[in-house]
Design a protein around this ligand. Structure first.
Ligand code: COA
Length: 259
């Protein structure tokens, strides 16, 4: 169904594998196009409760935007490329009402680091390497990297990483708050799925509202507190809230319907 992606739906989690291992899974036009499509599927298919983004092979998550496609671009073309990607992929991941987690299995450079950062959180394999090396090419990040890296690790470290183009390993990424957990490569997907299985037992409408509220905070949304009050109130009119509180009081396990 997809030319550049592999998809596998198991236990409500769609594993999306970017599949150009001979090019270190670099994001060309086709990958961006297909990621947009698969994200529409994540949003609309009720059988999909969460998604994992990962890369094919044992070397790379995604080694960046496909540099071969940059050579013919002018200023307008560069902006259009960045806008299309941000609108159809990176922002769509960030704003997904269902959890989308990156399982970073190797190089996450440039657009790859940006793709991982657009996910709700990240796990990394021990061999993972992160970086924003665009200045090596006379460029800056264009898929949200200047914003999301600064949100995640703070201004000073973000400035240093983007100005030096240095790569950092998984443990340093964890220490900086860029990834939540580090696992051996062979266990990375299982560990990511395990966390999502736990999330699947919680109220889906509440999960969607957590995502929206935390995104507000990360983006410095001035209405963040007001939006939290509104969304907190909205929870009270859900069946899931009645089920969750009822189950607690009846000392049984809640069964949520996502309504
Ligand atoms: N765009 C297009 N092709 C890429 C790519 C990218 N971002 N990253 C890797 N590739 C291709 C290489 O050109 C090579 O293709 P080839 O076999 O046809 O020559 C293949 O993937 C393997 O990469 P290679 O460079 O040979 O692997 P390596 O182990 O020597 O180095 C990296 C790995 C990640 C350090 C190196 O590939 C690299 O620096 N990539 C670019 C990273 C980058 O600048 N990303 C930001 C882009 S904005």
């Amino acid at each position: 169904m997809y030319q550049t992606l592999l998809t596998d739906l198991q236990d409500g989690t769609l594993v999306i594998t970017i599949n150009r291992p001979d090019k270190l899974n670099a994001l060309n036009k086709d990958v961006i196009e297909e990621l947009g499509k698969v994200l529409d599927e994540v949003y609309s298919n009720p059988d999909i409760k969460s998604a994992i983004l990962t890369g094919a092979g044992e070397k790379a998550f995604v080694a960046g935007a496909d540099i071969t496609e940059f050579t013919s671009l002018d200023a307008a073309g560069g902006s259009a490329l960045a806008k299309k990607g941000q609108d159809n992929v990176f922002d769509k991941i960030e704003n997904s009402p269902k959890p989308i987690v990156a399982a970073v299995n190797g190089f996450a450079l440039g657009g790859g680091c940006e793709l991982a950062m657009s996910c709700h959180f990240r796990l990394a394999s021990e061999n993972a390497k992160f970086g924003q090396p665009e200045v090596n090419l006379g460029l800056i990040p264009g898929y949200g990297g200047t914003q999301r890296l600064t949100q995640l690790i703070g201004k000073g470290k973000s400035m240093e990483l983007m100005m030096t183009a240095d790569m950092i390993g998984a443990e340093e990424a964890k220490a900086l708050g860029l990834v939540n957990h580090v696992a051996p490569l062979a266990e990375l997907l299982a560990k990511t799925k395990e966390i999502l299985q736990k999330i699947h037992t919680k109220a889906p409408v509440a999960i969607a509202k957590v995502i929206a509220c935390v995104n507000d905070a990360a983006k410095g949304e001035t209405a963040g507190f007001a939006n939290e009050i509104k969304r907190f109130g909205e929870c009270f009119s859900t069946e899931d809230m009645k089920e969750g509180t009822g189950a607690f009081l009846e000392k049984r396990k809640a069964i949520f319907k996502g309504k």
